[in-house]
Write a protein that binds this ligand. Structure first.
Ligand code: F6R
Length: 369
């Protein structure tokens, strides 16, 4: 049932192009517009929304952090993202014009369920993004957008994460479409890019052998740091989470701009630091800033592992290891940039002799608060 793979996680990583394509299937019409009639929240209600609040845990929370960039950029609706376990206990400001988006692979996560119950009590509409048909979270929500990743067996989430991102992009674009904000060339182009993205994920998967080799050489390390900016920051958090849960290593993700505010003190000789580099096109200011971050940490002895777009030559002189990803629009980059980090964590876990599919102390769905 592992389809020839040693672990479910490897199988699920490999299934990502299909999972991404399946999650888009039937949701883009021939004219290139989104059809999300399956959302039982009317266009009129969506036009009234004045705030989006995303609640989720763990990997799903990281998908939410990325969604914020897309939602605010494409729709200009303010968006907050909060850990479900923190949300309810701080008396959040919610009303009927707040759209709460609850992201959960299993649909059974108690923290997320309690957060959405609280939101509904305050009169907010809740939209679930979920991978499990008929599970509790979609049943208790006003609307649901299912991700079509298929069953995810490995405890560490991989393909569900990529499909959560796709679903978040769809929600963001749909809000844009319904409200007419920023709806034009840019969003139409994004839909076209999204429909091609599963091929890009496929291409990344075909180039992962050097990442595996690198991971094996790091099996004796104690710490790995991850840096990113913009949507690369949640990607860094996700890379660190995967490494913690699978390799049982100390791993931390930082916003690269925060380095100088503290974390740079951690840099020492031969410390592996993974840097997710934004595209040099578009937001080139960010790109240049991160290149100087890489220079800074390398000057202090870090072993730099750089994830950068094909054709980005500026990073070459400062990369001890260079992992190439396809050219993608900035907001969609997490779909390709996360994949090498999953492979990296999986291989490191294997090299350290860990149980990849069932990491210690973890359960696939966390049904207690
Ligand atoms: C990490 C992981 C967890 C889950 C989290 C939420 O690899 O799998 O962090 O993402 O427990 O689970 P769901 O999405 O089922 O609500």
């Amino acid at each position: 049932e592992k389809g020839g793979y040693d672990y479910f996680m490897l199988k699920e990583i490999a299934e990502q192009p299909k999972a991404v394509a399946d999650t888009l299937l039937g949701r883009i019409d021939a004219a290139g517009s989104l059809c999300l009639d399956e959302l039982r929240i009317s266009a009129a209600e969506l036009r009234e929304v004045d705030k989006v609040v995303i609640v989720a845990c763990g990997t799903a929370f990281h998908a939410g952090l990325i969604a914020k960039y897309a939602i605010e950029h494409w729709t200009r609706i303010p968006c907050e993202v909060e850990l479900a376990s923190e949300f309810r206990y701080r008396d959040p400001i919610l009303d009927p014009r707040t759209l709460v988006v609850a992201i959960s692979q299993s649909g059974e996560t108690m923290d997320t369920l309690m957060a959405l119950r609280h939101a509904r009590e305050q009169g907010s509409k809740v939209l679930a993004i979920c991978n499990t048909n008929g599970s509790t979270i979609p049943r208790e929500s006003d609307a649901v957008l299912y991700t079509h990743a298929g069953p995810e067996v490995a405890v560490a989430s991989t393909k569900a994460f990529l499909t959560q991102l796709v679903a978040c992009y769809l929600v963001a674009l749909y809000l844009g479409q319904v409200r007419g904000t920023k709806w034009g060339d840019e969003v139409g182009a994004v839909i076209r890019d999204l429909s091609k993205i599963s091929h890009e994920v496929e291409r990344v998967l075909r180039t992962m052998e050097p990442v595996r080799e690198l991971a094996r050489t790091l099996a004796g390390k104690n710490t790995v740091l991850f840096l990113g900016r913009h949507v690369g920051y949640p990607v860094a958090l996700e890379g660190a989470l995967k490494l913690k849960e699978l390799a049982y290593m100390h791993a931390e993700g930082f916003a690269a701009g925060e380095l100088k505010h503290g974390p740079i003190a951690l840099i020492e000789e031969d410390l592996p630091v993974v840097v997710v580099v934004p595209s040099p096109r578009g937001r080139s200011v960010l790109h240049d800033k991160i290149v100087s971050n890489i220079q800074e940490i390398r000057a202090r002895g870090a072993r730099t592992i750089v994830i950068a777009e094909e054709g980005d030559e500026a990073v070459v002189p400062y990369a001890d290891h260079l992992i190439r990803i396809p050219v993608t629009p900035t907001l969609l980059q997490p779909l390709v940039a996360t994949v090498p980090l999953q492979v990296f964590a999986c291989e490191l876990a294997t090299a350290r002799g860990n149980e990849v599919d069932q990491p210690r102390n973890l359960a696939k769905s966390v049904t207690v608060e």
